[in-house]
Design a protein around this ligand. Structure first.
Ligand code: HEM
Ligand code: HEM
Length: 241
């Protein structure tokens, strides 16, 4: 029995088709996978509780306010998830400097001509459908990388506006560092408006992202979805890339 790794060949046959040789490549390291799932859980918690904070519902028919503390729990979960999400994100920022080539910042910026060409090819194949076969990258494709970078900027924006809102409710040093953001953005109402608007950015991202993960898994047949759990992807031996 062999250990999976670069250069180890597995042979697969599907429905009588000619055997194709694949090699397994370790793409997503443990810190990237841990970041991904902690971030996913925290973000879903933030979206759900944030939505409830913006549009509170009366859950139980309690005659006195003190008899129902559920809204307090909603806010507590929002703030607790916010801290998890922020420190997890800081860890990912660090890993962008020390991680493998698929995790590094160079995978997110299309600085090379080949990356810019890949963006054009992905748009032609996956969006406009004017090209039959798009490029198959081992890590993020160049367009996905750029979109993740945009998402990271949205993470930063949401963190700033979130802590700015929190600064008037907390005496802790971290939120207090963001007090000056409120007048800069035109007051609490404006900060709240932008913080709320970005909720819908994240909801849209999550829906499209999960759809695309399954789409690429289906189209490419290289274990895209399982790669973000176990770290391994499959690559055709004879593709020469
Ligand atoms: C990243 C994803 C996040 C999403 C999707 C999100 C979403 C929301 C939404 C929709 C609201 C309600 C706004 C309204 O009044 O209409 C809210 C409130 C709030 N959020 Fe976030 N938020 C996120 C991150 C954060 C972070 C990192 C913090 C930092 C502590 C934070 C702190 C707050 C505070 C203090 C409020 C106001 C709570 C209140 O007035 O009771 N949020 N959030
Ligand atoms: C709340 C939900 C989610 C959020 C916010 C999210 C966010 C992200 C982000 C930011 C990345 C880039 C990771 C990095 O390089 O650090 C990523 C990659 C990835 N995610 Fe998610 N994700 C979510 C749910 C899911 C789910 C449910 C799946 C699988 C069904 C999935 C599959 C993947 C895969 C396969 C990659 C790496 C492949 C690539 O697109 O380049 N994600 N995700």
């Amino acid at each position: 029995m062999s250990t999976p790794g670069i250069g180890v060949k597995d042979v697969f046959t599907a429905n009588g088709s000619a055997p194709v040789e694949y090699r397994r490549i370790y793409v997503w390291e443990l810190p990237v996978r841990a970041y991904h799932w902690i971030n996913a859980i925290a973000l879903v918690a933030l979206c759900v509780t944030g939505y409830l904070i913006g549009a509170p519902i009366r859950l139980f028919n309690a005659p006195e306010a003190y008899e129902q503390y559920w809204f307090g729990w909603v806010r507590f979960i929002h703030f607790a998830a916010a801290y998890v999400y922020v420190f997890n994100f800081l860890a990912r920022l660090y890993w962008g400097f020390v991680g493998n080539k698929y995790a590094r910042w160079s995978a997110f910026f299309p600085l090379k001509k080949s990356q810019r060409q890949e963006i054009v090819d992905v748009i032609k194949a996956d969006v406009l459908e004017t090209k039959m076969h798009g490029p198959i990258s081992t890590g993020h494709n160049a367009l996905a990388g750029l979109i993740y970078f945009g998402t990271f900027l949205a993470f930063v924006f949401q963190t700033i506006t979130g802590f700015a809102l929190y600064s008037s409710m907390s005496s802790s040093w971290l939120p207090r560092m963001f007090t000056w953001i409120v007048p800069l953005m035109g007051g609490e109402f404006a900060v709240r408006f932008w913080h709320h608007l970005f909720l819908w950015f994240f909801v849209t991202f999550i829906i499209v992202h999960i759809y695309l993960a399954f789409y690429h898994d289906y189209i490419e047949g290289r274990g895209t979805v399982s790669s973000i759990i176990g770290g391994w992807k499959f690559d055709r031996e004879n593709r020469g890339k």
